[in-house]
Design a protein. Structure first.
Length: 167
């Protein structure tokens, strides 16, 4: 007779792809530049119906750019390809909409429309990019938390950061 408990064993998933911070910054900037470029091309070439422009103020521009640049700085420090890709989409969308505030005096163009039973949502490629990037980064963070859930229970250990000699 065998005594003891039977524990459900999970197959360990491979560790998330970790890249160097410099490579992560380059990947983020490449994705952001690609998204920003195509967003502006679409806004310049696709007609936007009257009334589907979002007028933004200088304060809103400052907020958009501060969030965008903060994300561009912080996300590569995590060194996860999936998080960096999601952040690249969000940064590209933020830059695209930020530049649109400056370029288009009537407001940010929204050439894409989704209508259903009397309501309409107008959006642009930057908006779609930010939403997709947020979803991708959220999935990556949740997967990371799932993979590391055993370590999430323990408190953070502080390490000495100063190099001063002991007294």
């Amino acid at each position: 007779m065998v005594e003891g408990t039977i524990e459900r064993r999970r197959k360990p998933r491979p560790r998330p792809a970790v890249i160097e911070v410099g490579q992560a910054r380059l990947l983020l900037l490449a994705i952001a530049a690609w998204v920003c470029f195509w967003d502006l091309i679409v806004k310049l070439t696709e007609p936007t119906k009257s009334g589907f422009y979002h007028k933004r103020t200088g304060a809103e521009l400052a907020i958009i750019l501060s969030i965008t640049f903060t994300l561009a700085y912080v996300a590569p420090l995590i060194r996860s390809r999936m998080i960096v890709a999601g952040a690249g989409l969000m940064v590209g969308g933020g830059l695209g909409n930020g530049l649109s505030i400056v370029i288009f005096p009537q407001g940010v163009p929204n050439p894409f429309m989704i209508s259903h039973e009397g309501w309409t949502i107008a959006l642009n490629l930057a908006d779609i990019s930010v939403a997709l990037g947020f979803a991708l980064a959220t999935i990556a963070v949740l997967r990371f938390a799932s993979d590391m859930r055993g370590e999430l229970r323990y408190p953070i250990e502080r390490r000495a950061t100063s190099a001063r000699p002991p007294d």
